[in-house]
Design a protein around this ligand. Sequence first.
Ligand SMILES: *Cc1c(COP(=O)(O)O)cnc(C)c1O
Length: 384
Amino acid sequence: MRWIPYGRQWVDDEDIEAVAEVLRSDWITTGPKVAEFEELFANVVKAKYAIAVSSGTAALHAAMFALDIAPGDEVIVPTMTFAASANCVIFQRGTPIFVDIDPDTLLLNPAQVEAKITPQTKAIIPVDYAGHPCDYDRIQEIADRYGLAVVADACHSLGGKYKGREVGSLADLSVFSFHPVKHITTGEGGMITTHNEQFVRRMRTFRNHGITTDHYQREMQGSWFYEMVELGYNYRITDFQSALGISQLRKLDKWVSRRREIARQYNEAFVSIKGISPLAVRPGIDHAYHLYIVKVQKDISGLDRATIYKELRSRGVGVNVHYIPVHMHPFYRNRFGTGPGLCPVAELAYEQILSLPVYPGMKDQDVDYVIENVKEILSRLRKK
Ligand SMILES: *Cc1c(COP(=O)(O)O)cnc(C)c1O
C-alpha cells in the first residue's frame, strides 16, 4: 500500500559521500568538521556563534546551563510542544511554568506569559510551533521589562523569518534539532546559536564533561593537560554527523521553499472544505512549515479528529498529532500537580489538531492524494 509519512528526511549520494570521506579520515569525532558546521550554521541564521551538540534536547539543556538555571528558578514554557522543551528546565532542577496558547496559531500567548511571571522567573522559552516564529518583539519587550532571558525553541523553524530577521538570531539563545523529521538531519544532533560569547564558552565546556579543552585541541597543542571546571556531560556531535549537516544545510533554502509550496497547495484546497481549517499565519512571518496542521471542526462536519485520523491512515496518509500538551503527561501531573484545566485553550486544541504530511521530497501527486482523500472523507462521512 502507498504510505505517505507526516515527515521524512532526504539523504542523497552527495550527503553519503561527505560522511564516507570523514569516516576514512583521522578524525571521526570532535575534529575540524564540527567547527566548519558551526561556522556555516551561524552564517546561515545570521547569528554570531553556533555550538553543535548531540541532540536538540542536549541543546536545550546547554541553553539552561548557560543561563545558570538552578533550584528555585522558574522558566516559562508553552504547553503545546514536545516534552523536551520543558524537561530541560528540570535537568537543571528548575521549575517549568506552563502557559497557554493563542487559539488560532497555537503559539504561546504573550499576555499569559506576563500573568505567570514571579520574582523567581528567570527565562521564557517560546516555541516556534509548526515552524511559525513567535512574536519575538512582544516577547523581548516583556523579557526586558522583567529582566528575563529568552531561549527560542526553534526546532520547528529553521529557515523561517520574523519581520525579515532569521530564526536563530532573534533570542538570547536559539535551539535547533537535526532529528530526521526536522528541516535538516544529522541522524541525531542539535545546535545552539547566540550572540553572547560568555554563553559560548560555557556551553563548549558543558558539552565536553565540563573540561576546558577537547581532545583535538590538546592534540594540536601537543599537550596532555586539562582541567574539569564544571559538571558537564558528553553531548558532543561527531565529525561525520557534522559533515552530513554541512551537506544538508546547503539544501535548506530549496527544501523550505518546497515545504511552503506544499503548504500553499493545502491552504488553497482547504479554503473550500467545510470541517477543517488550517492554522493562522501572522503578517510579517516567513513560515518554515516543519508541520502542516489543521484543526478538525467537529461542530461543523460532525466528524471528530479520531475518525478522520483513522480514515486517512487506512488510506496510507500518515497523519499524526502534535502534541499532547506537556502539562497533561503523567510525569508532570505527578511531580508538579499539573493537569486538566491549567491551559484550557491548548487542551481544546489538542482534541482538534491533525498534522498532514509535509516534507521536501513529497511529490505533487502525493500532495494531491492527501487533498483528495481529505475532501472525500469529509464529504462522504459528513452528517447531513
Ligand atoms: C524535536 C524537538 C526537540 C528535541 O530535539 P531532539 O533532537 O529530538 O532531542 C525539542 N523541541 C521541539 C519543539 C522539537 O520539535
